[in-house]
Design a protein around this ligand. Structure first.
Ligand code: KG4
Ligand code: ZN
Length: 341
């Protein structure tokens, strides 16, 4: 039997303060404090986010350790998000993790948030499939849109990525045009369920085979809505479900087209999705259908491991711990960090 290793993971890259304890590859706790304060500003306000992290971090970590039913002295290491993200937010988690690791005299492990979204697939659950190497991962979040070839845990290659907005931004900015609060992605998903995805058509952008572009789509949606409102001022209210379904359909079509190109190019048919937008019900459905239609094997993360969470930081920390890949206290947060760094 493998000796139990308890890793504490801390995530504070954007607007969620989260802490998780893993026992080897299993999750014992995953506590997330969402910051409601940003919704009225239509986006994350960095200064408010770091203040809220400062208030949340101690209770969130205490709760994660208590829910795991261990004491902090039993921890084997502390993993934290080093980047990418908002600098003020990252600094709270980084400084806290350093101090706690020093106090407990245990290893400190710096984790790349983008790698962690992907490595969440290695969390061991009762009934989950674990992807074999190599696999392709479509990482779709509020800040990133990438197709990554994953040759091994820490051997990743970006095959394509967005040249402008991330797909989460496309969802959130479209939602803002429709007068929906931030983050609008989950709301578009909700209203789309009641609408006709073919009601309105938006043209798909023309970019490189495996690259993405979403800024044109956002502008097209804005002009379309403004034009319709001049004809009928109640257009948004009357057609909200159809507009959301049509936007979501277009975005998911773009994502699926690029995945098909990536499979064609690499011959790899093990396909995973990761990041906040992988919570979207339409992309989840379409991937499931692709198992039947294209003979892909798909890996769809559990809902709670899609948007930002510390369980993905803790599992990545565990994988690094096994390699003895520790950081010393001179490690610094990095607002910009590629998935390959
Ligand atoms: O990974 P994440 O939690 O944070 C970043 O690292 O960016 O992703 C957040 C993004 C937001 O843009 C949010 O609107 C989007 O994920 N999102 C969704 C859904 N749930 C979250 N977008 C579409 N449909 C959803 N169900
Ligand atoms: Zn994220």
């Amino acid at each position: 039997m493998q000796k139990p290793m308890y890793i504490l993971g801390i995530e504070s890259s954007c607007d969620d303060t989260s802490a998780s304890v893993t026992c080897n590859s299993k999750i014992l706790s995953n506590v997330i404090a969402n910051q409601e304060i940003h919704s009225k500003y239509g986006g994350v306000v960095p200064e408010l986010a770091s203040r809220a992290h400062q208030q949340n971090i101690v209770p969130v970590v205490q709760q994660a350790i208590a829910q795991a039913n261990i004491t902090k002295e039993e921890l084997s290491a502390i993993a934290f998000t080093k980047g990418p993200g908002l600098m003020g937010s990252l600094l709270v988690g980084t400084s806290f993790a350093k101090s706690l690791a020093l106090g407990l005299q245990i290893p400190l492990i710096a984790v790349n948030h983008m790698q962690a979204h992907i490595l969440a697939h290695f969390i061991q659950e009762e009934d989950n499939k674990i992807p074999p190497f190599p696999f392709l991962c479509l990482t779709i979040s509020g800040g990133h849109t990438q197709i990554v070839k994953v040759a091994n845990y820490f051997e990743m290659e970006i095959l394509g990525e967005t040249i402008d907005d991330a797909v989460g931004e496309a969802f959130d900015k479209s939602a803002k045009i429709l007068g929906l609060p931030y983050p609008g992605g989950p709301l578009i998903d909700k209203y789309a369920k009641l609408g006709n995805p073919k009601a309105f058509t938006f043209t798909k952008p023309k970019v490189g085979d495996l690259d993405f572009s979403f800024s044109g789509l956002k502008t097209a949606i804005l002009y379309f809505v403004q034009k319709q409102q001049r004809i009928n001022p109640n257009f948004i209210k009357e057609k909200l479900n159809d507009i959301c379904a049509s936007i979501q359909f277009t975005i998911v079509e773009i994502l699926m087209d690029k995945l098909k190109n990536a499979v064609k190019k690499t011959g790899i048919k093990h396909i995973a999705i990761a990041g906040g937008v992988s919570a979207n019900s339409e992309i989840r459905n379409r991937l499931q259908l692709a198992e039947k239609h294209f003979n892909w094997t798909t890996y769809i993360p559990k809902f709670e491991y899609t948007t930002d969470n510390a369980a993905m930081i803790a599992i990545t920390g565990y994988l690094k711990y096994l390699d003895g890949n520790y950081s010393d206290v001179s490690v610094t947060a990095k607002a910009r960090l590629k998935v390959t760094e």
